[in-house]
Ligand binder design. Structure first.
Ligand SMILES: NC(=O)C1=CN([C@@H]2O[C@H](COP(=O)(O)OP(=O)(O)OC[C@H]3O[C@@H](n4cnc5c(N)ncnc54)[C@H](O)[C@@H]3O)[C@@H](O)[C@H]2O)C=CC1
Ligand SMILES: O=C(O)C(=O)Cc1ccc(O)cc1
Length: 288
């Protein structure tokens, strides 16, 4: 049982974890912290949090667990704001989509990565943001990756693992660098393709007609281009090396595909599409 949980950034992710822990009867008191007063008032009205503050130091002062779910670009400032008031036994975790940058931010502010800090990332979300979009089942049967360091306290890791399990998630552990490479491929690259495709089409002269005649495939493929621009700017900047490597691989794949199409090589196209279909069908079967 958590006596007092501080959620810094009560949006889709912070709000959903607060709701899930409340639904599972794992928490007594939840204090929310953020910048937008309207969002915090709504969070309190919805019963997601019990109290709010705009000041991260006030939020964490009496907390036994702190969950930071702000955009990545705000993490360093938040660490600086809480540094002097954190109790040594308070466990801190986060939900940021990139782990190397968060660990570097903690290192820069604290001078070392605090043993009670357990970096984390729920592999679950939607294209929507804010507490209005949060829901308690978001993490149910979804994966959460924790990336503890050698200096991470085993009890803090166990506590954060139990927290996500109580929210219904399956917890995996991996290194920070491996996490950032894997997520560049499976999450960050697909978001770039969706943003890039929609932006390209939106800039075409006849864009109204392009969108009018778009079919279901276009809608499915581009849902994630409705995601929060600030959050995705921060993810790109935080994972710039792994993501630019993946984008270079993908550009190469597209150049080859274009050449295959231009050459009218139907046999090669069939090979590519058959291989891709088999891989996706396996992935979907495995996900059930
Ligand atoms: N949206 C998604 O599907 C997923 C997002 N994430 C990660 O979770 C984090 C939060 O994302 P969302 O919940 O989607 O965003 P969101 O926009 O719904 O919520 C973020 C909240 O942080 C607050 N905030 C911004 N700057 C702040 C600051 N300096 N101090 C305190 N609060 C501040 C905002 O007011 C907002 O309420 C991000 O780091 C993102 O990379 C992880 C998994 C999935
Ligand atoms: O909306 C979707 O399908 C997503 O893929 C959400 C998402 C966004 C960022 C993450 O770090 C993890 C999941």
């Amino acid at each position: 049982m958590i006596a007092r949980l501080a959620v810094i950034g009560v949006g889709l992710i912070g709000g959903s974890l607060a709701r899930a822990l409340r639904a599972a009867d794992q928490v007594q008191d939840i204090i929310g912290c953020g910048r937008s007063l309207d969002n915090l008032l709504l969070a309190r009205e919805l019963g997601v949090i019990d109290a709010y503050t705009h000041d991260p130091a006030t939020a964490v002062r009496d907390a036994d667990l702190v969950f930071i779910a702000s955009p990545l670009g705000a993490m360093r400032e938040i660490f600086s704001q809480i540094k002097d008031v954190l109790r040594p036994e308070t466990v801190i975790t986060d939900g940021g989509s990139v782990k190397g940058s968060v660990v570097a931010d903690a290192q820069a502010v604290f001078g070392h990565v605090p043993p009670n800090f357990v970096p984390g990332h729920p592999i679950a979300g939607t294209e929507r943001s804010g507490v209005a979009a949060s829901f308690p089942e978001l993490f149910r049967n979804r994966r959460v990756i924790l990336t503890p360091l050698a200096e991470t306290d085993a009890q803090a890791l166990a506590r954060v693992t139990a927290l996500w399990q109580a929210a219904g998630a399956e917890v995996s552990v991996m290194s920070v660098a491996h996490h950032d490479e894997v997520l560049a491929a499976t999450s960050h690259l697909p978001h770039m393709l969706a943003f890039g495709l929609v932006d390209l089409l939106a800039q075409m002269q006849n864009n109204a007609e392009v969108f009018r005649y778009a079919a279901g495939g276009f809608r499915d493929f581009t849902r994630i281009a409705s995601s929060n621009p600030v959050m995705w700017r921060d993810i790109c900047l935080a994972n710039r090396h792994a993501l630019s490597d993946m984008l270079a691989c993908f550009s190469h794949e597209m150049t080859e595909l274009a050449a295959t199409i231009r050459n009218g090589d139907g046999e090669h196209l069939l090979d590519i599409f058959t291989r891709a279909k088999a891989a996706r069908d396996r992935f979907i079967d495995g996900a059930h």
